[in-house]
Design a protein around this ligand. Structure first.
Ligand code: SAM
Ligand code: SF4
Length: 342
């Protein structure tokens, strides 16, 4: 594995004064599930040769850390379906001695049981796990193929290994709305916070977004009829899109990610790099810069890579432009979340 140049470089500050300290790095577009809000039933995945190699992913991570990035989240697709993923998280773990404060991951947890120990050894402390239902049938309908027991086993193994887990739950009209209080109570009993996410219009998934979308303020009202929700100051979530409440009765927290009913862009501190090396400055915009060609054209010199990061930051837009369109209209962005890295 190549050792990236960690010489301190100028921080990544965009023209709105926001510093990028958080990188979401996608390691694959593939997945063992086909969640109905994320993918179509039949997906065409990228040829493996198009993906960044482990060495290239490592080099990108190193360049961002040299520019002041303190948190890296590996994502996808499903990161654990990439065959050499253990090698990657183990290698990235060494950056904890070079300025990286947090290495983390977002996963569907189907393969978490076999990685929990390795993640802890690499210095990973927290994970986000996506779980939309604890009902086996609903889970299978939403994921089109998922085995709930494997996911619950993965969560259990992660918690036993000492990982702190936060759940991500996409709220889907008529699918999991009734179940949310039970899911939240269960998560809190196990010491897990849970973030509820509004469906975002990313990519065609064979379903109409209009049929999936529930505004989260409505969900909050329903939860408030059952529990006392206390708004939390956003101190530990600086730059994050979640607004948190603490449930007085359970002691646990619920986050709300509402890209459609609220815009969360003002404090944005992140960029995304896809598994093919495209840097997207905003999840909700199509502008990107291709880092792969630059990496491959200059294998021993990071200067062109840093120049590309500067160009990317110069083009970071002020805000996303998501919209759920009228029934029948195309989604706002053709790109799937699994491409950009959720
Ligand atoms: N496979 C992993 C997982 O599911 O956690 C990581 C990648 S997945 C694309 C990351 C997150 O994006 C998941 O929490 C998923 O629920 C969310 N997601 C995917 N498509 C979405 C959409 N259209 N709207 C809102 N959230 C979405
Ligand atoms: Fe796979 Fe995650 Fe997308 Fe579901 S949300 S299809 S688990 S990448």
């Amino acid at each position: 594995m190549s050792s990236s140049d960690l010489t301190a470089q100028p921080p990544l500050i965009d023209k709105f004064g926001r510093q990028v300290t958080y990188l979401r790095l996608s390691v694959t577009d593939r997945c063992d599930l086909r969640c109905t809000y994320c993918m179509a039933e039949r997906m065409t995945f990228l040829p493996r040769a198009d993906l960044l190699t482990l060495e290239e992913l490592d080099r990108v991570a190193g360049a961002f850390i040299a520019r002041g990035v303190r948190k890296i989240r590996l994502t996808g697709g499903e990161p654990f379906v990439r065959r050499d993923i253990a090698k990657l998280y183990t290698a990235l773990g060494r950056y904890h001695d070079h300025g990286l404060e947090e290495l983390t991951m977002t996963t569907n947890a189907t393969l978490l049981a076999q990685h929990a120990g390795g993640l802890v050894a690499a210095g990973v402390k927290r994970l986000n796990v996506s779980l939309d239902s604890r009902d086996p049938e609903t889970f299978e309908t939403i994921t089109r193929r998922g085995d709930l027991d494997k996911v619950l086993g993965g969560i259990e193994a992660g918690l036993e290994a000492g990982l702190k887990i936060k759940l991500n739950t996409v709220v889907m009209k008529g699918r999991n709305t009734d179940e949310l209080p039970d899911l939240i109570a269960w998560a809190h009993e196990l010491g897990m916070d849970i973030t509820l996410i509004e469906v975002m219009p990313l990519g065609d998934t064979d379903e109409d977004r209009f049929d999936q979308y529930v505004p989260l303020p409505m969900v909050r009202d329903q939860l408030e009829a059952k529990w006392t929700l206390q708004d939390e100051a956003r101190t530990d979530q600086l730059g994050g899109p979640s607004a948190y409440v603490r449930v007085k009765e359970t002691g646990g927290r619920i986050g709300f990610i509402t890209p459609l009913t609220n815009n969360f862009c003002a404090g944005c501190n992140r960029v995304r790099v896809t598994c093919t090396g495209r840097i997207y400055m905003c999840l909700g915009q199509d502008d990107h810069i291709d880092l792969r060609a630059i990496l491959r054209a200059s294998p021993d010199d990071d200067a062109p890579l840093h120049a590309a990061l500067d160009r990317a930051l110069g083009a970071k837009p002020e805000r996303h432009e998501f919209a759920i369109n009228r029934r029948g209209q195309a989604p706002s962005l053709a790109r799937h979340m699994s491409m950009t890295g959720g």
